[in-house]
Design a protein around this ligand. Sequence first.
Ligand code: ZN
Length: 214
Amino acid sequence: MIDPIRVDKNRAAPTSEMHLKAFLRRLWVPRWVLDRTWRYLRQDGLDQVESTVLWGGRRFGDEAVVMAVLYPCGPDVVFERGVVQVGPDTTAEMGRWLRGQNLRALCQVHSHPGSWTGHSPIDDAFPIASSEGFLSLVWPRFAAQPARSVGDLGVHRLEGGEWQELSFAEARTAIRVVESESLVRSHRPRGGQSDDSGQLRVDVEPHEGDDGWV
Ligand SMILES: [Zn+2]
């Protein structure tokens, strides 16, 4: 069975005020994180077994940014058709790795064999982490397809010690996918007249020494 990573060990017992303060309102997820996660889950899915990864990142107030994808693959990790088990050694190692990077566990992602993206009793009972606001995503059909948005996944959140499945609207608020790269070009034909300076407009005051470009 999955042994929970004990995050926020030193946090005092939650009061209702602390509960609100501690609540993670939004997780920012770079597209590369979603793509890399899909590749890990799909790789095991091709063998018809469930798989899982853990997302780590930094928290800023009631929002957090995912910055790392951890794929557990120690000898105590068991991938099977109906269940994935991460043993205590690998779980502890993931916790150590995150602490070494000054990151915290933010979200677990695992695949299911079919189209059902709910939480099984085992999913409820043995999350990788158990901190308030921790998120859990479920990828259907052994991750056969990449996710275009969170609407393709089951989204669950630990609230007051209980797992809640989020509606699509709630999931879109809780998880914001940000594109990681883009081909950028203007739509003005080559040699066309320009009305502006051609400089990129930014919505922050440039700092001394900056050239105004981002
Ligand atoms: Zn599950």
